[in-house]
Design a protein around this ligand. Structure first.
Ligand code: GUN
Length: 281
């Protein structure tokens, strides 16, 4: 069974649109998300366009601020501080990656915790690991939603996450643990990775290498979540981290690329923006 993140996110966004439509009467305005895009990287431009479209569908106000690659770190931090102080702004997102002369860590910690719709701020990350209320990063949140919508029971299962990034690998492992899975975090240097992944009843792959996971690495009946967004070196088309055609035959459920995890990330960004807005009322 192929799990469509596109379909689920459309349903969830329609529900959010209904909720947001009640806000002008209740609160006098709608949530406002500001997205900052530095430079012209085609991948980032495409993400930011997707975010603006989702805002339109859900009725969230969107401002996209584009800055040239030459913006200095100080200028970018000053812009973020200005938006932190602006009461009409509920969520701030700076599209990553940033040019090398700008510290992503400084940018992330300058966005106020209350407006951090990405859930990347160290205080949000700490709160997640301490089981305190927080903004949960969009991709990990979207993955748990997808698994539940597909009817995959998480509690009691053996889950393997390949990848240990702050954005996906580590937080998704924590969320699976909170759902009572037993979680192994693996990576590109894990010894005998195939024997580890073959033990997985739930396999989440976030490593960023085209078709890294081959059919021999997956057990019959596993739920496979592919977070990769890569260009196929042969065809130039978008492809995931898993060999979809081969693994589709073995998996009980699998997410496609595109149309799987990606739309759920944007959907959860809308949800996080609404949550930040409501907390500020
Ligand atoms: N670049 C790729 N994914 C993301 C994301 O979820 N948030 C931000 N800010 N940048 C990204």
């Amino acid at each position: 069974m192929i799990i469509s993140g596109k379909e689920l996110s459309a349903t969830l966004k329609a529900q959010m649109a209904e909720t947001v439509a009640t806000f002008p009467e209740k609160y006098g305005r709608v949530p406002h998300l500001v997205v900052i895009l530095v430079g012209n990287d085609p991948g980032s431009v495409s993400y930011v366009t997707g975010k603006a479209k989702a805002c339109e569908v859900t009725g969230i106000k969107n401002t996209t601020i584009r800055k040239p690659e030459t913006i200095t770190e100080d200028e970018l931090l000053a812009l973020i501080r200005e938006l932190n102080e602006d009461d009409s702004v509920d969520g701030i997102l700076v599209q990553l990656p940033l040019p090398k002369h700008i510290s992503e860590a400084k940018v992330i910690e300058t966005i106020s915790k209350e407006k951090d719709v990405d859930g990347f701020h160290p205080l949000n990350v700490a709160a997640l690991w301490q089981k305190q209320p927080c903004t949960v990063a969009c991709t990990p949140k979207g993955i748990i939603r997808l698994l539940k919508a597909a009817g995959v029971q998480i509690a009691g299962k053996r889950a393997v996450v390949i990848g240990r990034s702050n954005i996906v690998g580590l937080p998704v492992a924590k969320l699976l643990l909170d759902e009572n899975a037993t979680v192994t975090i693996a990576h590109s240097r894990t010894a005998d990775l195939a024997s580890v992944t073959r033990s997985a009843e739930i396999l989440v792959v976030a490593i960023g290498k085209p078709r890294f996971v081959t059919a021999d690495m997956v057990s019959e009946g596993a739920a496979v979540i592919d977070v990769g967004v890569n260009r196929d070196p042969q065809t130039g088309k978008l492809c995931g981290d898993v060999d979809f055609e081969a693994i589709e035959q073995k998996a009980s459920v699998i997410t496609p690329v595109p149309g799987g995890v990606g739309p759920m990330t944007i959907c959860c960004l809308m949800e996080n923006t609404i949550e930040c807005f409501l907390r500020r009322q």
